[in-house]
Structures are given as C-alpha cells and as structure tokens.
Design a protein around this ligand. Structure first.
Ligand SMILES: Cc1cc2nc3c(=O)[nH]c(=O)nc-3n(C[C@H](O)[C@H](O)[C@H](O)COP(=O)(O)OP(=O)(O)OC[C@H]3O[C@@H](n4cnc5c(N)ncnc54)[C@H](O)[C@@H]3O)c2cc1C
Length: 372
C-alpha cells in the first residue's frame, strides 16, 4: 500500500535516529538520545502491536545474580569481568528507578532467595561455602555483605533446609514499568510506530536506508535493540532461548513475599496480586527451547506445575489462569553485544535474563555510540 504524501512527510522524512525494537533497551536508548539531542527527530519501530519481545513477558525480578549463577559465571568470566557485569546491573537498576520512580513501576526491595532441591547436595554445599567469598567479591559495589543464609521457614517441600538470601534484590510490576517507559517516550516527543517490522537496512555512508513492512525511508543513524531476534538482522552472536511462564488465579491467604530462584536460575517464582508467577525450566529441553517462536510445551508446563504443587505450595488447592512464553537473547558470554556494525549502525543486544537490571545501561551505552 502506497503511503500518502502526509504520512511520508510526517513520519518518515528527515529522521535523525531510528531505533528498532521498543523493549527496555530500545526505549531507554531513545530517552538517552533525547537528552543528548534535544531537537532531533527520533523514531522507534516496533513489529508488534505492543512491545513483543522479553520486556513485556518477563517475571519482573530486579536481580543481580544468585550465588550459584555468579559461581557459574566465574567459570567463563574473570573476577574483574564479573564485577563489571554486576556493576552494570546495579547502575542500570538505579537509572530505571530514578528515571521512572518506584511508584510508577511498582518497585519493592523485598529480597530474593535461592533454593536448592534435596538432590542438589554438591551444588548446595558449594554455594553455602562460597557465600563469604561472593560477599567479599561484591563488597566494592555494595559496601556490605548482601548474601546471607536463612532457614526454610516457608516450608518449601523437597528443598534443602537452608536458603540463600540476597537483601538487595527487588521486584517490580513489568507492565507498569513498560507503560511508564512508553509514556516517557511520548512525553519526550519520541515517535513509536507499532506493527512496523524492519526487514533490512543498508548503510550508504551519508545515511541508512531502511526497508520496513510499512515504508522504505532514510535515517541518519540506526540503533538495533531487538535482543533475541538480532540474528534475523544478521547479528550472529545472539541465540534465542525461549522461557515459559505460568500464573495462578489469586490464592487465599498467600503469605509468601520476595523473589525465588531454583536450579541455577533456570527456574524462578514470585508472588504478584496474591498469585504465584512461575517460569523457566528450559534446561529440560535446551535444544527445543532454542527458538524465537513463541509457544508453550506440555513437557515444560507439566514440570512447572509439578514445582508449583509439589514444592512451592504443596497441598494447597490452586488453579492456573494463564500461560505464556517470551524469548531471551543469550550467548557464550554474559556481556551484552554493544557495538558499531558500520559508520551509522549500532546494536545493543543479548541481555540474557537480566534485562530489567541492565536494560537502561545498555540503552545508555547504545545511545552513546552515536557520539563516535
Ligand atoms: C519469560 C522471561 C522472564 C524473564 N524474567 C526476567 C526477570 O525477572 N528479570 C530480568 O531482569 N530479566 C528477565 N528476563 C529478561 C528480560 O526480560 C530481557 O533481558 C529484556 O526484556 C530485554 O529487553 P530488550 O529491550 O533488549 O529486548 P526485548 O524486550 O526482547 O525487545 C526487543 C523488541 O524488538 C522488537 N523487534 C524484533 N525484531 C524486530 C524487527 N525486525 N522490526 C521491528 N521490531 C522488532 C520485538 O518485537 C521486541 O519488542 C526475562 C525474559 C523472559 C523471556
């Protein structure tokens, strides 16, 4: 369908900066660009009617990594690299909270727990022994020990008697956060076009030509913030990893608070609106879940239900209300891929399972690449 003169002139002409993807990273990048360039024409293109990646599908943990995850990361990263990663998470969360305000995103710092199944004796022993070491390692960032050992007073079944507690971990309302980010973009005169998929681009040196499902047009600079879907625009270092989630109907007298990690971060749960939100389990079928197609499978949903009914709330009658999936962008390293792809094209992708914490920082660093 041909665009009218008005449509072309209003939305697609004289565009300074175009961002692909309206997740946490794309929206944060646009807001940072607005600070650097108050008068620029900034356009975000989003293929979905709403943001349609991980940012509206996630569990809302504002986390920095559990002890077992940090120990696993130390097998592929140096201590210094790990410290830099955690620093990025801390700073990113600070930026998000300062930018939007805790009330607007439903942020609460209630702490996060790591649980170990009875048959994970070796992992359990290693993590308990390493609490002091991890606290010492992270001391420069927090000025105090953040991890401690707590008894399983929640009576989780089939779980070791001691839990690891991170007092700095928080949680937020993912929907409120994303709505606040979108509102902030509108307030800052950033145009978001939905149902507009970027199919390809070419950097001509003086500008970038973009082919989209709605129009072909030119932009001065292009920022790719498509995370798990980056491979579709030929960014090779990102692999998709689907994560499935379920949420219960409201449960009477639910007393749990905080966020919970199981199985080295592969499985996680929290309470929200008197419900349990539980997700993960992709380690049950790593190959099958390496996909950027949304969907749920009976294998993983049954596992999640088993954890819900057998471990979290044994003996309590409950019903599942919704099931969904989202796609993580992962890779061999935990660092996001943040770089120039050509003179006028930049990418900030591969945020793993920590996008709430690092998304704002990745967006900021992505916008900063425009200065070079
Ligand atoms: C189920 C689940 C639970 C999670 N839980 C947590 C958690 O508790 N805490 C945490 O910190 N992190 C969590 N994460 C990870 C976190 O959600 C992500 O790291 C973060 O949202 C990534 O943000 P992003 O903006 O980089 O990418 P995304 O949110 O994926 O945004 C990319 C956007 O690009 C759009 N797009 C893609 N291709 C195109 C194209 N060609 N043209 C136009 N638009 C395009 C997509 O539609 C999408 O909206 C979870 C992820 C999942 C899937």
């Amino acid at each position: 369908m041909a665009l009218s003169y008005w449509e072309y002139k209003t939305w697609f002409s004289d565009v300074d900066f175009t961002i692909v993807g309206s997740g946490i990273t794309g929206l944060s990048c646009a807001l940072e660009l607005r600070e650097i360039y108050p008068k620029a024409k900034i356009l975000i293109l989003e293929r979905g009617a709403m943001p349609q990646g991980a940012s509206t599908k996630n569990a809302g943990f504002a986390c920095f990594g559990s002890v077992s995850e940090l120990l696993a990361d130390l097998k592929t990263h140096t201590e210094e690299e790990l410290l830099n990663l955690v620093e990025m998470r801390v700073k990113g969360l600070e930026t998000l909270r300062t930018r939007l305000g805790d009330a607007a995103i439903g942020f609460k710092k209630l702490g996060g727990y790591e649980l170990f199944f009875q048959n994970q004796q070796e992992l359990y022993a290693t993590c308990l022994e390493s609490v002091e070491y991890i606290n010492r390692l992270l001391y420069p960032l927090f000025d105090e020990a953040i991890f401690s050992i707590k008894p399983n007073i929640q009576n989780f079944r089939n779980i070791k008697s001691q839990l690891l507690f991170n007092k700095e971990e928080g949680e937020l309302d993912t929907g409120m956060m994303m709505r606040a980010l979108v509102n902030s973009a509108h307030d800052n005169h950033i145009q978001i076009l939905n149902n507009c998929k970027v199919e390809s681009y070419e950097d001509l040196g003086s500008c970038v030509v973009l082919k989209t499902s709605q129009a072909e047009f030119k932009t001065r600079k292009l920022f790719i913030a498509t995370n798990a879907f980056a491979g579709r625009l030929n960014i090779a270092q990102v692999k998709p990893a689907r994560n499935q989630v379920l949420i219960t109907k409201p449960i009477k007298d639910l007393k749990l608070t905080g966020t919970y990690h199981l199985d080295e971060g592969y499985t996680y749960f929290r309470t929200i609106d008197n419900r349990i939100l539980l997700g993960g389990g992709r380690n049950l079928n790593l190959t099958g879940e390496q996909t950027d197609s949304f969907g749920t499978t009976s294998q993983i949903q049954q596992y999640l239900e088993g954890v819900l009914k057998g471990t979290i709330l044994p003996g309590i009658s409950l019903e599942i209300e919704h099931r969904w999936s989202g796609i993580l962008g992962v890779g061999d390293q935990k660092h996001p891929v943040l770089k120039s792809l050509s003179d006028n094209v930049f990418c900030g992708v591969r945020l793993g399972g920590m996008g709430i914490a690092i998304g704002s920082q990745v967006g900021k660093k992505l916008a900063d690449l425009s200065r070079h």
